[in-house]
Design a binder for this molecule. Structure first.
Ligand code: 5RP
Length: 223
């Protein structure tokens, strides 16, 4: 089975966690795009979605799924999103699609995080994938130095030769070379650094369940 087929499989499998008549939290990325396509088949049986990015909002609306502002709704029953890495405790690295801040906001607003990912994302220790960090632009160079003190190499994410600007008007640093043995502590520590908007380690908002796409089919991992 190809990686794309695994993404389609887990995107479809996530439908069983969508609350009938309810509102679903929707993440961002190529795996979530498969979920959004599957969700369109249920659109008459849900109220709508809360979205974590303008890219997902556009896709949802194009398929006729109403998108609510997160301030218009209370707690959401389930949040469905992908991951760049997930470990055996359900801790994740996210933000490869630059949507980490809104993803964390919707995850925090949701009772249950269901991660959908192909098996290449499962790791023993987080850190092979460079950790995305959304930062206030004026703090960029100081934060690059601060990550160097931790042994990380932080690079400003570019798009067409210019700094990529997030949906929130901020920059992204991608930090390579870290081994994140204590994700809860790492997330709490880095979030305190002046100029950090959001660190792409999801430990306090970890997954409750991962639907992992494998060659043998969908393998559910509960945490
Ligand atoms: C976007 C994310 C995505 O969930 C993550 O990058 C995984 O994406 P994909 O499903 O395309 O591999 O965190 O900010």
């Amino acid at each position: 089975m190809t990686q794309d087929e695994m993404k389609t499989l887990v995107g479809q499998a996530a439908l069983q966690y969508v609350p009938p008549g309810g509102i679903v939290g929707v993440g961002t990325g190529s795996t979530v795009n498969r979920f959004i396509e599957a969700l369109a088949t249920l659109k008459d049986r849900i109220r709508g979605a809360v979205s974590s990015s303008s890219a997902s909002t556009e896709r949802l609306q194009a398929l006729g799924i109403p998108v609510f502002d997160s301030n218009e709704v209370g707690e959401v029953a389930v949040y469905i999103d992908g991951a760049d890495e997930i470990d055996h405790q359900g801790f994740m690295i996210k933000g490869g699609g630059a949507a980490l801040t809104r993803e964390k906001i919707v995850a925090a607003q949701s009772a249950r995080f269901v991660c959908i990912a192909d098996e290449s994302k499962l790791v023993q220790v987080l850190g092979r994938f460079p950790v995305p960090v959304e930062v206030i632009p004026m703090a960029t160079q100081r934060l690059i130095r601060q990550f160097a003190e931790l042994g990380g190499t932080a690079r400003l994410r570019l798009k067409e030769g210019q700094p990529l600007v997030t949906d929130n008007g901020q920059y992204i640093l991608d930090v390579a070379g870290l081994q994140i043995g204590e994700p809860l502590r790492f997330e709490s520590d880095v979030n305190q650094w002046p100029g950090v908007v959001t660190v792409g380690v999801f430990a306090h908002q970890k997954a409750a369940l991962c639907l992992l796409g494998t060659a043998a089919g969908v393998k559910p991992l509960s945490f």
